[in-house]
Design a protein around this ligand. Structure first.
Ligand code: F6R
Length: 608
């Protein structure tokens, strides 16, 4: 969602800010803007659309200032428009602010400020911050910002600057990430370390209720009681992953092809073959509590939620636990029974998803042990959870999650195996799972090598406007994830269903214009899946099957088949989803969609 980049130093700020905005584009946005100050004059330029639209506007003027801030906005309060784009300013045009998060009490504050004769120019919640700072400003920006944040309810990652205070930028964080970058006599700040990596690896992640003040000669960090804090500089080792498509047309395709490596990274060093068990260093501090847990609740959103649904089946297979899976946005309002025997496991690529954060905060309050499986190291969820496992899959830039999904499935299997070996799983069963996991990277490579076949099928299916995806057991969540991939990037209507549910409603939609993607594996559901496919064929429905190699009879009943290698049923979804990711990708490409940045979507969903 929204992104922030700020700079103070000896270089011309504009080009650094634009470069930073481009690195934040993957998060999703609908307008962008920047503010640069020079010789006590603030210049603000904003544009609806892409960062390239902002650049076109900037081409007409030269901004020579050495400090400034920029923002990509994903509309929450007020439609995407130039007025609503950040930075926002005060009445005198001296102050600029950019804001990520939501100011919950903005209506009350706005009314108060309007009564004090402040003039608002946008419909956003964020603009109140600029006017509050103006109200409290008395020559000292830091104090004005401290007073301002005391009035704010909600979440914020904020940057504030004043045209009269050369090269000073004040950053504050509560619930929305702010990372400070430390260069040679120059300072950066951003909502995402990705924007800073070309300039510096030295970073400090602000904690909630901390403030950083960047100045011409240095920086310092304080808490909101105005006390100076000592913070260690971290080295952010992500430079290898700088947003580069490495020759692929889209990040999504690159990330689909990174799956063999991402899967390997998920299990590397985590398999103890001699004992038929997994070893997860991040869970060791809570191992005793895990051994005694009675109930597991998995919480997550979107693709991570579908990984959670599969997690339930994996845990049911390998452990004796009672497992529930909840959409995070529902979890926090439910009256779920939880106590110290309950473990709540959050799955999140970004570690920033607001609904997931709210859910685990609620679970923490109820006494549950909170674990996380997170890709972004040091992210909010990683900080809130008591223990957890990192994906180590490298950044995912494509809005549609691909490599993190398969990586999450591997890690869920490792956690289930760890617990299962204290319960009923024998050494032989554990070893069988381990051997199968080790084969996955090569099996995924084999599927990827068959990409041209999937591309040809995608061309044939691209004209359809509706799709049904069906599967049973482990392939049921796969059907939902396959449908989500297709709808989010190609804007085609697609529904994922448990194949057995088809006769209870969706079958009425089937005709020659409504194709079905059926996911079939050689497990106890095989014959029933064949019957479902025949029911669709009997109604003139076209069927494309993703089938594992032992399912030869599928060929006789389907119009088209994508074959995938066979593995254990509980791991089969890791292979089955790969051609569906490619299928969605090539259909979206065929239809000319903006694959890495689908309309209305954001990579990190930081609002509830
Ligand atoms: C879909 C997709 C989203 C995310 C969801 C949760 O392809 O990427 O549905 O899975 O927004 O995000 P994280 O995993 O970052 O919590």
């Amino acid at each position: 969602m929204c992104g922030i980049i700020a700079y103070s130093g000896g270089r011309i700020a504009e080009s650094i800010l634009i470069d930073g905005l481009k690195r934040l584009e993957y998060r999703g946005y609908d307008s962008a803007g920047l503010a640069v100050a020079r010789r006590k004059k603030m210049t603000v330029v904003r544009a609806v659309g892409k960062v390239s639209d902002l650049e076109k506007k900037l081409a007409r003027r030269k901004l020579a200032g050495h400090y400034g801030m920029a923002h990509t906005r994903w509309a929450t309060h007020g439609r995407p428009s130039e007025q609503n784009a950040h930075p926002h300013g005060d009445c005198q045009g001296k102050i600029s602010i950019v804001h990520n998060g939501i100011i919950e009490n903005y209506q009350d504050l706005k009314e108060e400020l309007i009564a004090q004769k402040h003039v608002f120019t946008s419909q956003t919640d964020s603009e109140v911050v600029a006017h509050l700072v103006e109200e409290y400003f008395d020559g000292d920006l830091e104090t004005a910002v401290l007073k301002t944040v005391q009035r704010l309810q909600g979440t914020f990652g904020l940057a504030v600057m004043h045209a009269d205070i050369d090269r000073q930028i004040v950053m504050v964080k509560r619930g929305s990430p702010i990372i400070i970058g430390i260069g040679e006599n120059e300072y950066f700040a951003a909502s995402d370390a990705m924007a800073l990596l070309p300039y510096t690896e030295k970073i400090i992640s602000l904690n909630d209720d901390e403030m950083a003040v960047l100045n011409a000669g240095g920086y310092y960090i304080k808490n909101l009681n105005n006390e100076l804090l000592e913070r260690e500089i971290e080295i952010c080792a992500g430079r290898d992953y700088l947003a580069d498509k490495k020759g692929y047309e889209h990040f999504m395709l690159k990330e689909i092809f990174e799956q063999p490596e991402a899967i390997e990274n998920a299990f590397r060093g985590r398999l103890v073959e001699a004992e038929g068990v997994s070893k997860l260093g991040g869970l060791e501090p809570v191992l005793e509590r895990l051994k005694n847990m009675k109930k597991l609740i998995i919480v997550s959103c979107g693709t991570s939620y579908y990984a959670g649904l599969l997690g339930r089946y994996i845990f049911e297979n390998l452990t004796a636990l009672h497992v529930e899976v909840e959409v995070a946005s529902e979890f926090r309002y439910r009256k779920l029974k939880m106590n110290e025997d309950t473990v709540v496991l959050a799955l999140s690529q970004s570690g920033e998803t607001a609904d997931t954060i709210a859910a685990i905060r609620e679970a923490k309050r109820k006494g549950a042990l909170i674990l996380g499986v997170v890709n972004v190291v040091g992210s909010a969820i990683a900080q809130i959870t008591a223990a957890g496992v990192y994906n180590h899959a490298g950044p995912e830039f494509g809005v549609a999650s691909t490599k993190i999904y398969t990586s999450q499935l591997v890690i869920l299997t490792l956690i289930a195996l760890l617990i299962g070996r204290y319960q009923d799983v024998s050494y032989n069963e554990g070893s069988e799972v381990i051997q199968a996991i080790k084969k996955l990277p090569k099996q995924v490579e084999k599927i990827l090598a068959d990409m041209e076949h999937v591309r040809a099928l995608a061309q044939a299916y691209a004209p359809f406007e509706d799709f049904l995806f069906i599967g049973r057991l482990f392939n049921y969540p796969t059907a939902m994830e396959g449908a989500l991939k297709l709808k989010e990037i190609s804007y085609i209507h697609a529904e994922g269903y448990a194949a057995g549910e088809m006769k209870h409603g969706p079958i009425s939609l089937i005709d020659e214009n409504f194709p079905t993607v059926a996911i079939v594996s050689q497990d106890c559901t095989f014959d029933k899946m064949l019957s479902n496919i025949q029911e669709i064929k009997a109604r003139n429905g076209r069927v494309l099957s993703v089938a594992s190699q032992g399912c030869g009879r599928v060929r006789d009943v389907c119009d088209d088949v994508i074959w995938v290698p066979e593995t254990l049923p509980l791991l089969q979804p890791i292979l089955n989803i790969v051609p569906l990711q490619l299928f969605a990708y090539f259909i979206a490409r065929e239809r000319g969609c903006d694959i890495d940045k689908p309309r209305n979507l954001a990579k990190s969903v930081t609002v509830e």
